[in-house]
Design a protein around this ligand. Structure first.
Ligand code: HEM
Length: 425
C-alpha cells in the first residue's frame, strides 16, 4: 500500500483495494445514503457481477500498459492552458498526479466494486472539488481515458471483448456520476455555508438591533417625561414674554428643537415597543386625507406640489388607522425631504386583486442602489437629521398588517413607495 507523503492530498487508495478508510465529514457525509446511491448507480447502468469479473479478467494484461495512458493523458492536459496551470501548480504535483492516476486506472480493473471502492472514488472527487478544478475539465478528461482504454482493450483481441468494453463503459459512467455527485455535494455545501453565514449574520444583526432597541427604548423612556417638562416650562416662559421680545425667537427655536427630540423619542419608542394594531374597517383614502391635514404645517412641504388620486371613492382596509397614518406621514416626510423647491409628490390609492395599494411618488433626488438595499435597516440613515427609524417603523407596521412595502428609485429622477394592505371583506 502506498503511504501518503507530506502535502500529498488524498488517502490510502490501493493494496487491499476494497478496505479504504471512511472519510470523516459527518455533517456532509451520510454513509447510508451514499451506499444506496452507489447501488442505484450500478443498478441504473446494469453493472453486474459478470461485468466486474470481465474487467478483472483483463487486469494482468492491461496493467503494464496503463502508464502509457497516464503519460498520454497528462500530455493532453498540458496542451490546454487552463489544465496546464492546474497541473504545474506547486512542486511535484504533476509527478504525484501521474502516480495517482496510474493507481486510479489499475483500480478500474480490481474486480471488486463495493462501497469501499465508492468511498475512495468519492474522496478523489472531493479532492478535485477542493483544488477548485472546474467541473467541465473533469468530464472532458474522462473521454480521453475512455478512448485510450477502449483502444488498448481492442488491441488485446479478447474473446469477451464486448463484455469487457461494455463493463468498462458502464464503470466509467458510474465514475462520472460519482464525480458529478461530489461537485453537487460541494455546491450544496457552499450554498448551505453561505446560507449559514447569512443566517448567523441575520441572527447577530437582529440580536444587535434588539439590544439597541431595548437601549433606545429605555433611553427614550427616560427622556420622554423630562422633555415634556422642559417644553411646558419653556412655553410658560414664552407666554409671559411680550410680542417682539428679543428672546421670543430663541424660545420658538428651543421649542422647535424639543419637538424634534420628541419626534425622535416617539420613533425610538414606536420602534422598540411596537403596539399591537387595533384593527378596524377603515377607508384608506380617509386615513390619507387625515395624514395630509396633519402635514399641512410641516415646513418640509413648503414650495412643493402634493397631488392625490383615487381618494374620491372609499377603499376599505382592515387596519389600525393611527398606525397606518404614521406610515403615510413618515413616507410623505421622506418624500418632501428628497424634493427641491418646486418638486412634486403624488399619492395614489388603487385596488389590486385582494389588496389596496397606496403609492407615494416624488420627483426628488432618488436613492442610490447601494443605499436602497439598506433603507429598511433600523438606525440606517444618509440624512444629517433623524433617527433612521422612519422606514423600519413603516415596514414593521405594514408587515404586522400582513401587507407589503416596496421602494423603487432612480437617482436624480425620484422615488416610488408602494404599500399594499389586505382589503377589508
Ligand atoms: C477523469 C479524469 C481524472 C481522474 C480519474 C483523476 C484522478 C485523480 C486522482 C486519483 C487524484 C488523487 C486524489 C486523492 O487521492 O485524493 C487526483 C487529484 C488531483 N487531480 Fe485529478 N483526475 C482526473 C482529472 C483531472 C484533471 C482534468 C485535472 C486538471 C488539470 C486534475 C487535477 C488534479 C489535481 C490538481 C489533484 C490534486 C493533486 C494534489 O495536489 O495532490 N485531475 N486526480
Amino acid at each position: 500500500m502506498r503511504e501518503k507523503k507530506d502535502g500529498e492530498s488524498g488517502g490510502p487508495m490501493f493494496g487491499g483495494a476494497c478496505k479504504a478508510t471512511r472519510p470523516k465529514s459527518p455533517w456532509r457525509y451520510n454513509p447510508g445514503m451514499a451506499e444506496a446511491l452507489f447501488s442505484e448507480m450500478k443498478a441504473f447502468v446494469g453493472f453486474s457481477e459478470a461485468d466486474a469479473a470481465a474487467l478483472k479478467s483483463v487486469k494482468s494484461q492491461i496493467t503494464p500498459v496503463l502508464s502509457d495512458i497516464v503519460v498520454g493523458f497528462y500530455d493532453q492536459l498540458l496542451k490546454n492552458q487552463g489544465t496546464r496551470n492546474v497541473l504545474l501548480e506547486g512542486p511535484g504535483r504533476l509527478a504525484r498526479l501521474r502516480v495517482f492516476l496510474l493507481e486510479w486506472l489499475e483500480q478500474l480493473f480490481c474486480g471488486c466494486y463495493d462501497f469501499a471502492y465508492y468511498e475512495t472514488r468519492a474522496r478523489i472527487g472531493r479532492t478535485h472539488v477542493r483544488v477548485d478544478l472546474p467541473q467541465h475539465y473533469m468530464f472532458t478528461a474522462m473521454s480521453y481515458i475512455r478512448l485510450s482504454l477502449v483502444r488498448v482493450i481492442r488491441g488485446f483481441g479478447l474473446e469477451n471483448e464486448m463484455q469487457v468494453l461494455g463493463a468498462l463503459h458502464k464503470l466509467l459512467d458510474i465514475e462520472l456520476a460519482i464525480m458529478n455527485d461530489t461537485y453537487r455535494e460541494d455546491y450544496v455545501d457552499r450554498i448551505q455555508a453561505a446560507e449559514r453565514v447569512q443566517f448567523e449574520q441575520r441572527i447577530s444583526e437582529s440580536e444587535h438591533l434588539a439590544t439597541i432597541g431595548q437601549l433606545a427604548a429605555s433611553l427614550a423612556h427616560e427622556i420622554k417625561n423630562p422633555l415634556a417638562g422642559i417644553s411646558g416650562a419653556i412655553q410658560v416662559l414664552g407666554a409671559e414674554m411680550e410680542d417682539g421680545h428679543a428672546h421670543k425667537e430663541i424660545i420658538a427655536e428651543a421649542l422647535r428643537q424639543i419637538d424634534r427630540l420628541d419626534a425622535a423619542v416617539r420613533d425610538l419608542l414606536l420602534y422598540a415597543r411596537p403596539q399591537q394594531p387595533a384593527l378596524q374597517r377603515e377607508d384608506l383614502g380617509q386615513i390619507l386625507a387625515h395624514a395630509l391635514i396633519l402635514l399641512r404645517q410641516e415646513p418640509a412641504f413648503r414650495g412643493l406640489r402634493v397631488r392625490c388620486e383615487g381618494i374620491t371613492m372609499p377603499h376599505w382596509v382592515h387596519v389600525d388607522g393611527a398606525q397606518v397614518k404614521q406610515v403615510i406621514v413618515n413616507l410623505m416626510i421622506n418624500a418632501a425631504h428628497a424634493c427641491e423647491e418646486g418638486g412634486e409628490i403624488e399619492c395614489r390609492i388603487e385596488s389590486v386583486s385582494d389588496s389596496v395599494r397606496l403609492v407615494v411618488e416624488d420627483t426628488g433626488c432618488g436613492i442610490r442602489p447601494d443605499v436602497l438595499t439598506r433603507v429598511f435597516e433600523p438606525f440606517f440613515t444618509t440624512k444629517a437629521r433623524g433617527t433612521g427609524l422612519g422606514l423600519a417603523i413603516c415596514r414593521r407596521i405594514v408587515e404586522v398588517h400582513n401587507g407589503r412595502i416596496e421602494i423603487q428609485s432612480v437617482p436624480g429622477r425620484g422615488t416610488r413607495v408602494i404599500v399594499e394592505l389586505p382589503r377589508a371583506a
